[in-house]
Design a protein around this ligand. Structure first.
Ligand SMILES: *Cc1c(COP(=O)(O)O)cnc(C)c1O
Length: 419
């Protein structure tokens, strides 16, 4: 059972987030609205940490999954580090009270400014993704009279067996350094004066549901670590990235955190390096729902549409990856079920949140789109000049607004009509 299953439950046939009725949140903050459970976030983090307790480790939450300051602040208080992919994410982590000394910086396109700012902030490590980036970091560190801690992100060329848009560890992907080139690049890094080799890392994809690709990646990475050691290169850490999946569909159970940890701990048994992880989805996905209201029911010749006030700009995953999210009524009634296309108001046929969902609906009903805590708000946009949703974090009987709904005037505040 996931943390989300215990945080979002029905009481007297109405859905609650912890001890707060979702109705009350909708009344107070409007819809669409993301609602997160602090308890679910905390227990996902603690569960991950407990699974790896036998080995020295650092969890670096992947900020892009959900970058709200309140969520970053919660994880920082729990002891988390952070995996960032832009200077913007670094600014957020620091604004939220995160420790720059626990930040790892991933991404294929780090700019000069981003590298300089990260060196000045004193981050834990750069996850380097190309030979050119390695040279650039060395040069900028030299200009600042600093030594940059680096890790090479190697591409282990294993098939993550996930959606092609979120597989990252295959030869054809843009990420990381080719496996066969890694040793030579480590030797180059050793020769560069302003670099300190700190670790190695890989991240093979997202929403993985099987253990086998993780085990294969660990094996490939460890083979490289052995080769490096033989060459006199010692590492302080081994970073195995993120990617552990959550359960979106009832019939598609991902491997558990315990199975995942067992496979990895077996692989690294006896090694002294600190393990690092970059989980995103696993820590936040099940801890959030997107609350939306049915605006219209529109019966068609071929199918019936429930037009809701959330859309692809609020939650892009269904349109982008054909992702499936469970959609449940906030008020559960014993009425007869019908199949509905759950769609938003955006002018795109791809603007659907769920298809053929069996629900008993009437106009004005509230729906909760489950497992929406990861890559929901963080991928949202203003397409169709829609203000982005409000975000609320529930903690027991308290519902805290953690992001105000955007105002329409803010959407065009930076636009200029030439005289
Ligand atoms: C996106 C990303 C993650 C997090 O992936 P999840 O599937 O959300 O765990 C970790 N590391 C890197 C480098 C990423 O790009």
């Amino acid at each position: 059972m996931s943390a989300g299953d215990t945080a979002f439950t029905y009481r007297h046939n109405t859905l609650f987030a912890e001890d707060v009725a979702l109705h009350d949140i909708a009344r107070q903050h409007g819809t669409p609205c993301y609602v997160y459970s602090k308890t679910a976030l905390t227990s996902a983090y603690r569960g991950f940490a407990a699974a790896f307790a036998p080995h020295a480790h650092l969890i670096c939450y992947a900020v892009k999954a959900n970058p709200n300051l309140a969520i970053l602040n919660l994880f920082a208080k729990l002891g988390s580090g952070f995996d960032i992919v832009s200077g913007g994410e670094m600014a957020r982590v620091i604004a939220a009270g995160g420790d720059p000394g626990k930040i790892v910086f991933s991404g294929v396109g780090k700019t000069e400014t981003e590298i300089r700012d990260a060196l000045n902030a004193g981050i834990l490590c750069f996850n380097v993704e190309s030979p050119s980036e390695l040279e650039r970091i060395n040069r900028i560190a030299g200009e600042l009279n600093k030594v940059a801690p680096v890790s090479l992100r190697v591409n282990p060329d294993v098939d993550a067996k996930t959606h092609p848009y979120i597989a990252t560890g295959l030869k054809e992907n843009k990420f990381g350094v080719a496996y066969g080139d890694a040793l030579a690049l480590y030797r180059r890094a050793r020769d560069l004066k302003n670099l300190k080799i700190d670790g190695i890392d890989c991240h093979i994809g997202s929403q993985l549901t099987e253990v086998a690709p993780f085990s294969a990646a660990v094996e490939r990475v460890l083979a490289l670590v052995h080769a490096l050691n033989s060459d006199g290169i010692e590492l302080a850490h081994i970073d195995l990235g993120g990617g552990l999946g959550i359960q979106y569909e009832p019939e598609e159970a991902p491997c558990s955190i315990e199975e995942y940890a067992a496979a990895i701990l077996k692989g690294v048994a006896g090694r002294k390096e600190t393990l690092m992880f970059e989980p995103g989805r696993y820590l936040v996905g099940d801890a959030g729902v997107l609350l939306t209201r049915v605006e219209y029911l529109k019966r068609g010749e071929d199918r019936n549409f429930a037009i809701v006030d959330a859309a692809m700009n609020d939650l892009m995953r269904p349109a982008l990856y054909q992702a499936w999210h469970d959609i449940v009524p906030v008020d559960s009634r014993p009425n007869a079920l019908e199949a509905w296309e759950i769609v938003g108001p955006v002018c795109e046929s791809g603007d659907f949140l769920g298809r053929g969902r069996k629900l008993a609906l009437k106009e004005g009903d509230l729906l909760a789109i489950r497992s929406a805590g990861a890559y929901g708000m963080s991928m949202s946009s203003n397409y169709n000049t829609r203000a982005r949703a409000a975000e609320v974090m529930v903690d027991g009987a308290n519902a805290h607004l953690i992001r105000k709904r955007e105002t329409l005037s803010a959407l065009y505040a930076n636009e200029i009509v030439p005289k």
